[in-house]
Design a protein around this ligand. Structure first.
Ligand SMILES: Cc1cc2nc3c(=O)[nH]c(=O)nc-3n(C[C@H](O)[C@H](O)[C@H](O)COP(=O)(O)OP(=O)(O)OC[C@H]3O[C@@H](n4cnc5c(N)ncnc54)[C@H](O)[C@@H]3O)c2cc1C
Length: 839
């Protein structure tokens, strides 16, 4: 029998759910004909067939929002484009709030939506009931209305993608299981099936629930786990309006959509039921899971309380089906870090239908060109840490992941489950000192220090909770005295060999050819001049460099280094992160403290800014970096892991009478915001060039070696950028800002904040974000404008500046002494007479 499979194809897509089909469709839209999709059983037989089909667009960042908005727009036209009806109806959505905090979250969300171009209208309870007469509004405080949201039929929508892909030339084969993904020398080679090997240039894994295991066979971490997901469908409800919008009651954890005269009501339970830890059955196809009435009963009761008509109708269907959830509730898109040509698109956390159009487009572009069209870091699979393919970790986190989608996202909230996976050697000492830990990349990191054994952040509020005062004191101590930060979550990468310098010169826009003992902060750019990463590189030998990068950037940076090290001659790249802990001693009295624990000379002349050297400290040795991320005199100590406790104890003992203060990451963030330091992943990313983000000083135009992204930067050089990162501030009396707040100039929306916090030294709410101007964002454009920042629907007068609001001359960093009040920017003082008393 002749095989139906080709021996070679350009693109192979593994999995025929809505995501794989959308990628196939979008690849053909880009003009690719040589596209093969292989489905284990029948199209949509995994999760897609049983989805509820709600289509909503409000997301937490701009590019995710655009992805959802594109999906909704595409669904409107998909039938016409493919000839296959989809069942899409743009009937709007209504999200109600019955608690003060939820109302605040909705108001903030509606402001955010506006900044991303999505029309979100806040309406009162009576208007909500007018639009949805079913609702009991006794406790409703208000609602958000999005007219462009809607609902679709998942199977028909997937079929439309299939029809469009086929007519564009793609081959879609059912009952064609991929049994192995073949990789050779770090490159994807092809896929194996019962009928043999299909060689291909590029592949994407879209295997939904099965994806963790497919990737784990390649030692690749794609962290997701299935959870049971429940909805019911009622019998016909007499008089149910046919044009009802979809309904979401996030406080009750209930959603509903009209379904041919009936109601489909689904739940996001607080304690979910993970499923399939031992693997997804091979023959699981158009299957459902057993009902569990006891489990959904409290949520059904909440649904009845919200829509009393439900009490008088019978149930036609009590459905339970599995869906994939990720540890941080974000999708998993993008390339395998160590396997060229292999991609993934999975982990949709109950949003796979409404995201399918955008995810398909994003992935088709990414696979086609090799680079994402926009900054999708939020969803990028390279954020996954290797330990995250541990199944017990995934199982335990998934209990919480379903509810977390709709739990309130209050400031500094961290997951409760599967914690203490990665801990600093100081963990217990810090806990005794009152540390309140949050989680980043599996690390327990101190957010702030409270009283001894203080409880984790658990207050569902956007106002000045415990963390505000505590971190404010840490902030002040760093400015006025000396503070100790545990930054052990930093990743450390060693690059060695005769060609190490050449490699780093090619990757870095700054000049790395510095004397041994110098430190360079540099972006790593992509070809379009965007910042793939930013790192600190210490030259610790003629042919040896230690790279320090953020915890979340570890896998991405390592992959970038290794990819470019291939064929770059004699160069070895080693991840030595677990070998180092990092203690940072920051503040004007840091020198005084260090003199007590180390014989090293920390004077300006002997240990100037941006230098590194080995020093003796306590009974140990440390690699000391004269660096700061808080805008103060200070040193980072990179110490062998096993010496950390001793060195910490020595510092704490010596610092007792200097009022050495323990400080956490909330203070670190507010300190760096005041000083105007950029945070990669928030303020800068792979779409933002150093020239747009005010990091022009990191571009060594005169270095002899070419570097990636140089041509793109040359094209921007000398021009006033049309978008530029700007620092903004509002009065200390305004509500707190956390990032994504819209920025208005002369009544026109010109951008939004990428990150924000409270500047305790300047006494104002501060943030930074890219502003846009056709004529260019120049100092003149800033000084001519009247700025406002929208916070939870209200606009507040704002000051805009190209410089940081605290010590723009970096005098403190250079070790000079001036009173902190005198270092607050003049324009801020003039605008708000900012003083710490405003707190
Ligand atoms: C009860 C419920 C309600 C939901 N409601 C909504 C909603 O209202 N809105 C929304 O946006 N989302 C909703 N979702 C989520 C949505 O259904 C999913 O996110 C989406 O279907 C995921 O699509 P997928 O293509 O990634 O996965 P799947 O549809 O599971 O597709 C994966 C495919 O890969 C195939 N496969 C696996 N292994 C192999 C292999 N080795 N070789 C070849 N093929 C293979 C499988 O057979 C399967 O067909 C809901 C989910 C559930 C469970």
């Amino acid at each position: 029998m002749q095989s139906k499979l080709p021996s070679h194809t350009e693109y192979v897509i593994v999995g025929g759910g809505i995501i794989g089909l959308s990628i196939a469709y979008h690849l053909t839209r880009l003009g690719h004909r040589d596209v093969l999709l292989l489905e284990r059983d029948q199209l949509t037989c995994g999760t897609t067939w049983h989805a509820a089909g709600l289509v909503t667009q409000l997301r937490s960042n701009e590019n995710m929002a655009k992805l959802a908005q594109y999906s909704a727009e595409l669904f409107r036209d998909l039938e016409q484009l493919t000839g296959q009806p989809t069942g899409f109806r743009q009937s709007g959505s209504i999200t109600i709030a019955s608690t003060v905090s939820r109302m605040e979250e909705l108001r903030r969300g509606s402001s955010m939506g506006r900044s991303f171009g999505l029309e979100v209208e806040m309406i009162d309870a009576a208007e909500a009931q007018r639009r949805v007469p079913l609702l009991d509004i006794t406790d409703v405080l208000g609602a958000a209305w999005i007219a462009s949201d809607g609902m679709t039929n998942p199977i028909d929508t997937a079929r439309a993608f299939a029809a469009g892909a086929r007519s564009g030339g793609a081959k879609i084969l059912e009952r064609s299981q991929v049994t192995r993904i073949v990789v050779e020398k770090g490159r994807f080679l092809g896929v194996e099936t019962a009928e043999g090997l299909v060689r291909a240039e590029k592949a994407v894994i879209c295997t939904g629930l099965w994806s963790r295991n497919v990737a784990a066979d390649l030692n690749w971490t794609v962290p997701l786990h299935a959870a049971e997901h429940f909805y019911i469908v009622t019998e016909a409800i007499p008089g149910l309006p046919t044009d009802l919008p979809t309904i979401r009651d996030m406080d009750g954890k209930v959603y509903a959509k009209p379904d041919a005269g009936k109601l489909l009501v689904g739940f996001f339970e607080t304690h979910a039921k993970p499923w399939g830890i031992d693997g997804i059955p091979r023959d699981f196809s158009f299957d459902s899971l057993p009902e569990d009435f006891d489990h959904i009963e409290p949520y059904l009761a909440a649904a009845i309380a919200r829509m009393p008509a439900l009490a008088h109708v019978g149930l036609q269907l009590n459905f339970n089906g599995p869906e994939s959830f990720t540890p941080d509730n974000r999708f998993l898109l993008g390339p395998a870090p160590d396997i060229a040509g292999l991609f993934v698109a999975t982990g949709f956390n109950s949003c796979g239908i409404e995201s399918s159009g955008g995810a398909g487009k994003v992935m088709a572009e990414w696979m086609s060109t090799g680079v994402p069209a926009n900054d999708y870091w939020e969803m990028d699979v390279r954020r996954a840490m290797p330990f995250q393919r541990n199944r017990k970790y995934l199982y335990d986190r998934t209990k919480e992941a379903v509810g977390n989608l709709w739990n309130l996202h209050w400031p500094h909230k961290s997951p409760r489950t599967a914690r203490e996976v990665r801990v600093s050697p100081l963990h217990d000492r810090l806990a005794q000192a009152g540390a309140n830990f949050g989680e980043v990349a599996g690390w327990e990191r101190v957010q702030w220090f409270g009283p001894n054994d203080s409880a984790p952040a658990s207050h569902a509020t956007f106002t000045r909770d415990e963390w505000f005062g505590q971190s404010g004191e840490e902030h002040d101590a760093t400015r006025s005295g000396v503070a100790l930060f545990d930054q052990t979550s930093f990743a450390h990468l060693l690059v060695q060999g005769n060609d190490a310098l050449a490699l780093l010169q090619r990757l870095s826009s700054n000049d790395i050819d510095v004397p041994v003992g110098r430190i360079v902060y540099t972006p790593w750019l992509n070809e379009r001049g965007g910042m793939e990463s930013d790192v600190t590189i210490a030259r610790i030998g003629d042919e040896e460099f230690l790279i320090v990068t953020a915890a979340v950037q570890r896998i991405r940076d390592l992959a970038w280094l290794r990819m470019h090290a291939k064929g770059a001659g004699n160069v070895a790249v080693t991840d030595v992160s677990s070998g180092y802990a990092t203690l940072s001693v920051m503040g004007p009295r840091s020198r005084e403290l260090l003199a007590r624990v180390s014989p090293a000379d920390f004077s300006e002349a002997n240990f100037p800014f941006a230098t590194a050297r080995e020093i003796e400290i306590g009974y140990g040795l440390a690699l000391a970096f004269r660096m700061t991320f808080v805008g103060e005199l200070g040193w980072e100590f990179h110490v062998p892991t096993e010496q950390t406790l001793g060195i910490y104890d020595a510092l704490v003992a010596a610092g007792r009478d200097l009022d050495l203060r323990h400080a956490g990451y909330v203070a670190l963030n507010t300190l760096r915001l005041e000083a105007g330091y950029r945070d990669w992943g928030s303020d800068v990313g792979d779409e933002d060039s150093p020239l747009e983000s005010g990091l022009g000083f990191t571009v060594a135009w005169n270095k002899a070696e070419d570097f990636i992204g140089r041509a793109a930067l040359e094209a921007q050089r000398g021009k006033t950028p049309r978008r530029r990162l700007v620092q903004l501030a509002v009065s200390g009396a305004a509500p707190l800002m956390f990032g994504t707040e819209p920025v208005w100039r002369n009544g026109t929306l010109v951008g939004y904040l990428r990150s924000a916090g409270f500047g305790h030294t300047v006494g104002c709410g501060i943030g930074m974000g890219y502003l846009n101007a056709e004529t260019g964002v120049s100092p003149q454009w800033l000084s001519d404008g009247t700025f406002e920042i929208e916070i939870a629907g209200e606009r507040y007068p704002a000051v805009a500046s190209l410089k940081g609001f605290y010590d723009a001359g970096r005098t403190r960093v250079k070790g000079e002494w001036h009173k902190a009040e005198d270092l607050v920017s003049f324009e801020l003082r003039a605008a708000f007479s900012a003083k710490p008393a405003d707190r």
